[in-house]
Design a protein around this ligand. Sequence first.
Ligand code: NAP
Length: 279
Amino acid sequence: MILVFGENGQVATALKESLPEATFVGSKVANFLNPERVLETLNTHKPTVVINAAAYTQVDKAEDEKEAALTINATTPGAIAEWCKNNKALLVHYSTDYVFDGSGAKPWTESDQPDPVNYYGYSKWQGEKAILASHATAFIFRISWVYSPWGNNFKKTMLKLAKEREQLSVVNDQWGAPTSAEDVAQVTTTLVHQYLKNEPIPEPGIYHLRFEQYQTWYQFASNIIQAAKEAGESIKVQEIRPVTSAEFPTKAKRPANSRLGSNFPLDLWKMKASKAIKD
Ligand SMILES: NC(=O)c1ccc[n+]([C@@H]2O[C@H](COP(=O)([O-])OP(=O)(O)OC[C@H]3O[C@@H](n4cnc5c(N)ncnc54)[C@H](OP(=O)(O)O)[C@@H]3O)[C@@H](O)[C@H]2O)c1
């Protein structure tokens, strides 16, 4: 059976649509603050595939809740990976562009050295290392700027603000690629199906996933609002002002260059061939 940790998150919700045969376990049943409870869940279900879509994702709050962020993003994923290793289960886990320091302007490759600038990024990096150390058969997909029709994300926030305000200021010096949770779920679903059918899959390890053009948050916001206007939505905003990160201070520092260059062979399965971008 396929067990997904995460129930109401963006990627978990997208997986409910693409992988309806999976069992979804949320934080009420398996709280990642309690790794023992999570292991009990694994022992109860004895899955052959584990997908970890659960994470501590509040980037600013993580600066004040370091212990919780580290337990949820590293200790418990490490324990899950150990369980997968011992029980010969496949593990799919998600990580982030925030493991990198944001320097330069070149896309980061999978083999570049992480050096996070905030605690969320640090906790996710520790999670990657714990999973790799377990030697489980594991895919770690680093993704960036996730959006979806569900939960909290930049796209939903911009649309809401654009309907309420006449002017918006959006950061124009951080670069990355928006990632639809549905695309992440599609790749995960295809990988899991191939694995369960005993068909060839790529080498396990860390992969970046990218489906859309590199852009700044300002460009992303402009595109979102333009598309909403074209779709006939009632948009109040008249002016979108590009600003610098210095003008928009946040508790946790954000990397300026979050471009993820991907070596994941999406084309192997002719997957989203028109849309997928491979560097
Ligand atoms: N959002 C982004 O922009 C972004 C960017 C890069 C990478 N990522 C990574 O992508 C993955 C999926 O992110 P997402 O955007 O789908 O996250 P999300 O919408 O914030 O959802 C977080 C998920 O984690 C679960 N969770 C939180 N605290 C928990 C706890 N104590 N115990 C158990 N579960 C807990 C939630 O549980 P319930 O289902 O019970 O509510 C929810 O399913 C994560 O690994 C994240 O680090 C996200």
